[in-house]
Design a protein around this ligand. Structure first.
Ligand code: SF4
Length: 346
């Protein structure tokens, strides 16, 4: 059985090539992994994009815009204006807005000048486009027993209640066994189920076991803070809070911006491709990290600075064109970054 990390890479690769399941692709997609909010991170995210909007988004560069920068670029006026007149009143001190104006100008996102009385004025260079159509959240569970399925069902209930993503799915590995019955009966009916043969045994393919419902992302959501277990001795009440549509819209855009910057191949940033035993093994449909010391596909956690088998690349590997090009580890990072750029929809 492959690890959750390996399965996740396979799901990302499959989604990049074949999303949506069982129908034709009509919009460009961006796939990312391990993104979400402070309290919830999804394994795989698919951002379905507006084609023209995505092209205009490219004006702002490949780095993400955080919430402060989004506030600036979305409200920058067409002609020079003092930033305090041009931008909506923030819920935090103006000095932070001024810092964000400088940051935006330093990145070339807006024009800035010192106007009369030394005031900082700004002007937009491009309109920030409406480029995100739908956000799909996928939880990857290659191997599910009844207890894991029950935990997952509670998590999915939270995702459906808050409705931050347009669709929520569980992706599980295609096996000869049937789907864990608990997953079918205890999860919210709004969550879809996919089985994925993620390329480890040939070309990736997916089968929809259950179609999800489209969630009400523009309506207020409910964040479940505490859920009674429902056991015999549990008389506690469910605790929850509402989240506004504005909060959701802001978070969705921030998540999409992070997905735009990172894609899903940035895992090499958290591993050790500079280790002499690190390889990227091209398998039928997806390249996966492989450790030649352990003779297996290693996880991100294993492949870290604390790995007892870590050995740096020998200096001789770096002789060719070093230090300009770096050694093989740097080459692997560069290769993944190039693949990410090639896959970034225009
Ligand atoms: S030996 Fe450790 S650090 Fe090196 S590739 Fe293998 S898991 Fe990663």
């Amino acid at each position: 059985m492959e690890s959750e990390f390996q399965f996740e890479l396979g799901v990302c690769q499959w989604a990049e090539r074949y999303w949506p399941p069982e129908s034709e692709r009509t919009t460009p997609v961006i796939v990312a992994r391990q993104l979400g909010t402070k309290g919830r991170r999804w394994d795989t995210l698919v951002i379905e994009c507006d084609t023209a909007g995505l092209q205009k988004r490219a004006n702002f560069g490949t780095k993400r815009l955080d919430s402060d920068l989004l506030h600036i670029v979305k409200n920058a006026p067409p002609a020079y204006e003092w930033y305090r007149d041009a931008l909506p009143e923030p819920s935090y001190p103006w000095r932070y807005v001024r810092e964000a104006v400088h940051r935006a100008a330093d990145r070339g996102l807006v024009d800035r000048r010192r106007g009369t009385n030394g005031r900082i004025e700004l002007r937009r260079k491009w309109e920030y486009p409406d480029w995100v159509r739908r956000i799909i959240a996928i939880e990857n569970k290659p191997d599910l027993d009844a207890s894991a399925a029950r935990d997952l069902a509670a998590q999915l209930e939270r995702d459906v209640a808050v409705s931050l993503a347009d669709e929520v799915w569980v992706a599980t590995a295609a096996t000869d066994d049937s789907i864990e019955p608990v997953l079918l009966t205890e999860r919210p009916q709004e969550a879809g189920i996919l089985t994925i043969d993620a390329g480890s045994r040939g070309k990736s393919s997916a089968t929809v076991i259950w179609h999800p419902s489209t969630l009400a992302v523009a309506e207020p959501g409910t964040r479940i803070l505490e859920q009674p277990t429902g056991g015999k001795f549990d008389a506690s009440a469910c605790r929850f809070e509402y989240v506004s549509p504005e909060w959701k819209a802001g978070k969705r855009l921030e998540i999409a911006e992070r997905a735009y910057e990172r894609g899903w191949r940035s895992y090499a940033d958290s591993m050790r491709p500079d280790c002499r035993y690190f390889e990227l093994r091209p398998e039928p449909d997806v390249s996966r990290p492989y450790c030649t010391a352990k003779n297996c596909h290693q996880t991100v956690r294993e492949c870290s600075g604390s790995c007892p088998s870590f050995e740096p690349e020998p200096p001789t590997w770096r002789q060719h064109e070093w230090p300009i090009q770096g050694g093989p580890g740097a080459g692997i990072k560069r290769l993944l970054a190039e693949q990410r750029e090639r896959q970034r929809p225009e």
